[in-house]
Design a protein around this ligand. Structure first.
Ligand code: BES
Ligand code: MN
Ligand code: MN
Length: 462
């Protein structure tokens, strides 16, 4: 423990500078304009794993962006940890809302990060958190304290639904065989109250298209007499929730498991201030499904949200027009036992059925994935809890997150292993938003905590 603290203390400037270099490459997987940068980032990750002491590192080509694979093998009788992370990032836009350019990292202090935080797209999600694992490995190799075998699998398509990773995992089950999967791509409650993410929601993401007349029309000559696709789309979307904010798609809740009163009471023990929550978002009140608390609404309950809506005239000034088409992107967050393919079908059937005469509706499924829950009785969870307790001096609380990492459920299906999510970000770190940042404290604490997981996991596995 002292060892790692010293090592981090002596090397922290270098650790920060190396991460800053990685953050300068705009590895936006969603936008093909950045494809060379995504590929360059894979090369940079490969080089960093080699430098940190992996014996064998390779760039694995896929139908999409490459997967960086590395391993350090010591003894086949020892456990093997598979570390997963992603080197791709979300698009930075709207760029004008950033206080400094998204790919020119700067360190600034914030209320929650008095020691400073690195501001850049990907700082927290997930380059910073992924790189903690590379530096933790460096420490264990340098000090001869790596207690078990380790494999790294760092992908470049997480932010677009991991299409190639599924392909890769299905074809490389032996190569990826492991005793536990370790991921830092989630958050924790606060820097004084660590938590371990024990749940991820599933996801069904669709795009809808409503078509009315065969061309854009003069809204004076035709208005009132033909269906306006934008009006219709807005009305259809409004019908997807009832007055209690329940989702109205028939069958949507059929498989949703209700938590017992005891489980809900247990959840409610996690420290949470509704006032601070509202204040941080500048909202007068929260909003959501009746009879559930804020923390329940964003973790154990499924949701439906419009992520984008467009059509008609949105340029400067006014144009009196009835558009031929209107569009929306809609995502549903799912909870365990809801099957994302089934939900996509239920959505499609319902959404097409509520369309009035005079328009046609198309639903195009995007990506999706199943929810996941880490049992807290397993060795991996216990090892993680001991690691946090040792490095923070405080016992971590298990928390179910509202976010999704769809590949985690697939890991369980294909590799038959459980995933431990040791996230060190804060909800306020603005992942996917302008001004994403990652606390220096969090980054260094992560590097300190990870080797303790290796130690406890190896000991508890004996
Ligand atoms: N790292 C996030 C997921 C996350 C963040 C989970 C914080 C829990 C806490 C991941 O990169 C992400 O953004 N996932 C997407 C889904 C993906 C298919 C695009 C998400 O949750 O929207
Ligand atoms: Mn992520
Ligand atoms: Mn993300």
């Amino acid at each position: 423990m002292d060892n790692i603290k010293n090592y981090v203390g002596q090397n922290k400037d270098r650790f920060i500078n190396e991460l800053i270099e990685l953050l300068k490459i705009p590895s936006v997987s969603a936008d093909s304009a950045y494809s060379q940068d995504v590929i360059n980032t894979a090369d940079a990750v490969k080089a960093s794993l080699e430098k940190a002491g992996c014996d064998h590192v390779e760039i694995c080509e896929t139908p999409g962006y490459p997967i960086v694979y590395g391993e350090k093998f010591i003894d086949k009788n020892l456990p093997t940890i598979l570390v997963y992370g992603h080197y791709d990032v979300q698009p930075a836009d709207p760029v004008e809302l950033w206080s400094s350019p998204p790919f020119e990292p700067v360190i600034k202090k914030t209320d929650l990060h008095p020691d400073g935080a690195i501001f850049a797209r990907g700082a927290c999600d997930d380059k910073g958190q992924m790189y903690m694992h590379v530096k933790a490995l460096e420490f264990m190799v340098q000090t001869n304290s790596l207690p078990c075998n380790v494999k790294f699998m760092i992908e470049g398509e997480e932010e677009v639904g991991s299409p190639s990773l599924a392909w890769f995992v299905e074809r490389n089950q032996d190569k990826l065989a492991n005793d536990v999967i370790l991921i830092s791509d989630t958050g924790m409650i606060s820097n004084t109250q660590p938590s371990i993410t024990t749940g991820l929601r599933g996801l069904s993401y669709v795009e809808v298209e409503v078509t009315g007349p065969n061309r854009d029309l003069h809204s004076g000559l035709y208005g009132g007499a033909v269906a306006n696709p934008i009006n219709v789309l807005a009305k259809m979307i409004a019908q997807l929730h009832d007055e209690n904010n329940h989702i109205t798609i028939p069958g949507f809740y059929d498989k949703v498991e209700e938590l017992s009163r005891e489980e809900r009471d247990e959840m409610a023990k996690a420290p949470f201030s509704l006032d601070a929550y509202k204040q941080a978002l500048d909202i007068e009140d929260v909003y959501g499904e009746a009879t559930y608390t804020t923390n329940e609404r964003n973790s154990i309950r499924p949701t439906l949200d419009v992520n984008g809506i467009w059509g008609g005239y949105t340029g400067e000034g006014a144009k009196t027009v009835i558009a031929s088409k209107a569009y929306a992107k809609i995502s549903m967050r799912l909870v365990p036992a809801q099957d994302w393919n089934e939900i996509t079908q239920l959505f499609t059937k319902h959404f097409t059925s509520i369309a009035p005469k005079g328009v046609t509706v198309k639903v195009k499924p995007h990506h999706g994935g199943q929810a996941y829950v880490t049992p807290i009785e397993i060795v991996g969870y216990k090892a993680a809890a001991l690691a946090y307790e040792e490095s923070f001096g405080i016992k971590p609380i298990p928390v179910r997150s509202g976010g999704s990492i769809p590949i985690v459920a697939l890991f369980e299906k294909e590799l038959k292993s459980k995933t431990i999510m040791m996230g060190f970000g804060l909800d306020s770190d603005a992942i996917h938003s302008p001004n994403e940042h990652f606390g220096i404290f969090n980054y260094l604490k992560g590097i300190e905590t990870i080797p303790l997981f290796y130690k406890h996991f190896t000991e508890l596995s004996k």
